[in-house]
Design a protein around this ligand. Sequence first.
Ligand SMILES: NC(=O)C1=CN([C@@H]2O[C@H](COP(=O)(O)OP(=O)(O)OC[C@H]3O[C@@H](n4cnc5c(N)ncnc54)[C@H](OP(=O)(O)O)[C@@H]3O)[C@@H](O)[C@H]2O)C=CC1
Ligand SMILES: Cc1cn([C@H]2C[C@H](O)[C@@H](COP(=O)(O)OP(=O)(O)O[C@H]3O[C@@H](C)C(=O)[C@@H](O)[C@H]3O)O2)c(=O)[nH]c1=O
Length: 296
Amino acid sequence: MHNILLTGVNGQVGFELRRSLQGLGHVHATDREQLDLCDPAAIRDMVRALKPTLIVNPAAYTAVDKAETDQAAADAINATAPAILAEEAKRLGIPLIHYSTDYVYSGEGSAPWRETDPVAPTNVYGASKLAGEEAIRASGCQHLILRTSWVYGAHGKNFLLTMLKLGRERDALNIVADQIGAPTWSRSIADITAHIVAARPDWQAVSGIYHLVNGGETSWHGFAEAIFKLAAARGEKVPASLSGIATEAYPTPAKRPKNSRLTLDKLRDTFGLVPPSWDTALELCLDEVPPVIQGQ
Ligand SMILES: NC(=O)C1=CN([C@@H]2O[C@H](COP(=O)(O)OP(=O)(O)OC[C@H]3O[C@@H](n4cnc5c(N)ncnc54)[C@H](OP(=O)(O)O)[C@@H]3O)[C@@H](O)[C@H]2O)C=CC1
Ligand SMILES: Cc1cn([C@H]2C[C@H](O)[C@@H](COP(=O)(O)OP(=O)(O)O[C@H]3O[C@@H](C)C(=O)[C@@H](O)[C@H]3O)O2)c(=O)[nH]c1=O
């Protein structure tokens, strides 16, 4: 049985991991108050007191635009904290499971990225996540770095819930149609993580970077279309007009990659696991989001 240290339990993925990891041992789930990842001494103290057999770290600084002017905080949480967790994992001889992002890639071209492709983040958030990955690999600890993308769920701050809210408030929406990737349900990430742990892999042998996203691809506009189709079918108000626009027509402080396609071959070949397609996952997730029907 594992003794698992879980960070960021109030985040989208942390919330789901707390449930998915039950049954594999004791899950010591921590929020920011119980373990502030900006405090290196607190991280070391926690690991040394708890003596976990596995560390799972979904906590992160995920405010992509804010990170452009808040690099110190993004680096502390996304780069320094994973480095310390990795050092401690190495000292204890235990695995560290960490999550990263499609934003480590440049976004050029249209071919799906493989884990071995060159990285070239286009924004501060992506660079801070890459620094976290590099520190983990340099530590020599047993690790899985799971790169995911476009995460949403029934809880937290995400594109799905933003669209449902904007759909109620506005009659017309313009959504970027030339950034392509895979919307990924936080539950899929947590379930696949738990399947990997349950299979008791040879951690040394499997250590490395893996993509972990829902299957298939779409644009943010395609994702919004699918959300509103499902929302309309259950009687929710949706915008009368939904237009696809170019990235350039939706200026943001942080530059986003246009090509976020990630191959899942390595995950399948190593662990025999294939996540559900993004549209199936979306439908399942929406079953857990209560509809808001106006006038009721
Ligand atoms: N969201 C996305 O679209 C994507 C996310 N990822 C990666 O997946 C992982 C999970 O992301 P997701 O669940 O969506 O992220 P969320 O933003 O939903 O959750 C992140 C969690 O980290 C916590 N956290 C932030 N700062 C600290 C700190 N100083 N000490 C302790 N906890 C802290 C937050 O706490 P609090 O609740 O108190 O703010 C929050 O609970 C991350 O590694 C992220 O980089 C990758 C691709 C896409
Ligand atoms: C709200 C809105 C967004 N958009 C666009 C902006 C952007 O290109 C896209 C998504 O916007 P968001 O701000 O939700 O996305 P963003 O915060 O960039 O999402 C990213 O978060 C980090 C943490 C990751 O690691 C990435 O994988 C990715 O999920 O939709 C519109 O075009 N119209 C709109 O009305």
